[in-house]
Design a protein around this ligand. Structure first.
Ligand code: MG
Length: 407
């Protein structure tokens, strides 16, 4: 690491600004295979196709049977490594090809300290063709995280320090998803986490087999009056259905209702936010602050949930600051990943005064916690924040053994 301190990107003793440009970008698929599918066993009528995908009937969403993620390694001419990660769940080679064929060529030779300028240049490249979201911005997010990681290592600071300084060293977390087959077993699982010091939970409507009202009622009875219990509605209701559901859930005091309407129905969401009497949380599918503006300006969200795997650090912070300027709460989303973008998310979240909690995907993080060098501990209801320079984690030997290069 010594050479990184000498070549910090700041002015050296000669007065020259040292540049240590990006020399290479590499993309890897990381195998996160598990016995049980994400959100729990397949329900009746849910079958895995020849490509390894299945569709959850209740939310009509595709999932891979074998979880995976995309990890990006960027390295400078002086050998400073930066790590990024983005969504690899579906068609991961599409995102990898965007990086290998297109984006890498515009990043190699550039100064990683110019990370936000580079982000905006790469975003601009494809706007005229309509690529203002989706796989293109996932690819950009992965590169963005790697550049921030290098910037931190070059300057000897954590990403939260680079972003202006953390307001906290541990981040409150909520237990997300209860991947068991019966309501009784899901209550048992939530209660086991309560006994481990967690007071906040979220269940997923697509696997709440007896419906979200019965699910919340049972969890409330089991976890007690003080527990915070949210429900993820997976974009499935109409605006009038959502308000009726909110009325039925109200006696059991939900913490928040997540993603009640299809993401395209912004006016409907605004109507639900104003008429349901409940706290509405959205944001995991957003890529940019422009997605956030469309909802926040219409008062369609009370809680904003940026997902680092889609936004990268640059857009995550723009969304976070925009939410803060509207006095909204932030509870970042945490998707299936190998720990790299989660570490980046914790670094960014630590700097946001309005971030009151962070999702904890225990069914992914716990079995793969040995995939990162500094383990991302989430215990007694909170994550602890790695303090080493950059995002604070590197792939461990176990992750490297699960990584396959895509060229
Ligand atoms: Mg969700």
């Amino acid at each position: 690491m010594n050479h990184t301190e000498e070549h910090s990107g700041r002015q050296g003793s000669s007065g020259e600004l040292h540049r240590d440009p990006i020399a290479a970008i590499e993309v890897y698929i990381v195998d996160l295979r598990q016995d049980k599918p994400y959100l729990g066993s397949l329900r009746d009528g849910e079958t895995v196709n020849e490509s390894g995908y299945f569709v959850r009937r209740e939310n009509r969403t595709v999932y891979p049977r074998a979880n995976r993620s995309l990890v990006i390694r960027a390295v400078t001419e002086d050998g400073v490594e930066g790590w990024g990660e983005t969504y690899g769940l579906v068609a991961p080679k599409a995102t990898a090809e965007i990086i290998n064929d297109l984006l890498a060529g515009f990043v190699i030779g550039r100064n990683p300290m110019d990370r936000e300028t580079l982000h905006d240049e790469l975003y601009d490249l494809m706007r005229v063709r309509g690529y203002t979201g989706g796989f293109y911005l996932d690819a950009l997010a992965g590169i963005d995280i790697a550049l921030w990681d290098i910037s931190g290592k070059q300057s000897g600071e954590s990403v939260s320090q680079l972003l202006g300084g953390g307001v906290r060293e541990s981040i409150p977390a909520y237990v997300s998803g209860l991947p068991e087959d019966t309501l009784g077993a899901r209550c048992d699982l939530a209660d086991a986490w309560r006994k481990r010091g967690f007071d906040s939970f979220k269940f997923a409507m697509p696997v709440a087999d007896e419906g979200p009202v019965r699910e919340l009622e049972a969890l409330r009875a089991r976890l007690g009056d003080d527990a915070r219990i949210a429900t993820d509605l997976h974009w499935t209701y109409s605006k009038t259905e959502a308000v009726e559901l909110a009325r039925q859930l109200a006696p059991h005091r939900p913490w928040f209702l997540e993603a009640p309407l299809p993401t395209e129905d912004i006016e409907g969401l605004s109507w639900v936010a104003k008429n349901s009497g409940q706290t509405i949380a959205v944001g995991e599918e957003w890529r940019t602050v422009y997605d956030a503006r469309l909802r926040i300006d219409r008062e369609a969200a009370h809680i904003v949930q940026p997902e680092m795997g889609h936004t990268g650090i640059t857009q995550f912070m723009r969304i976070g600051r925009y939410a803060e300027s509207h006095h909204l709460r932030i509870i970042p989303h945490a998707t299936i990943g190998a720990g790299i973008f989660l570490a980046a998310s914790l670094q960014a979240t630590a700097t946001l005064q309005s971030a009151i909690s962070h999702e904890f995907q225990h069914s992914i993080l716990e079995p793969f916690r040995h995939f990162t060098s500094n383990v991302l501990n989430c215990e007694n209801g909170a994550y602890s924040l790695p303090q080493t320079p950059g995002i604070g984690v590197e792939p461990s030997d176990a992750m490297r053994a699960a990584m396959r290069r895509i060229e």
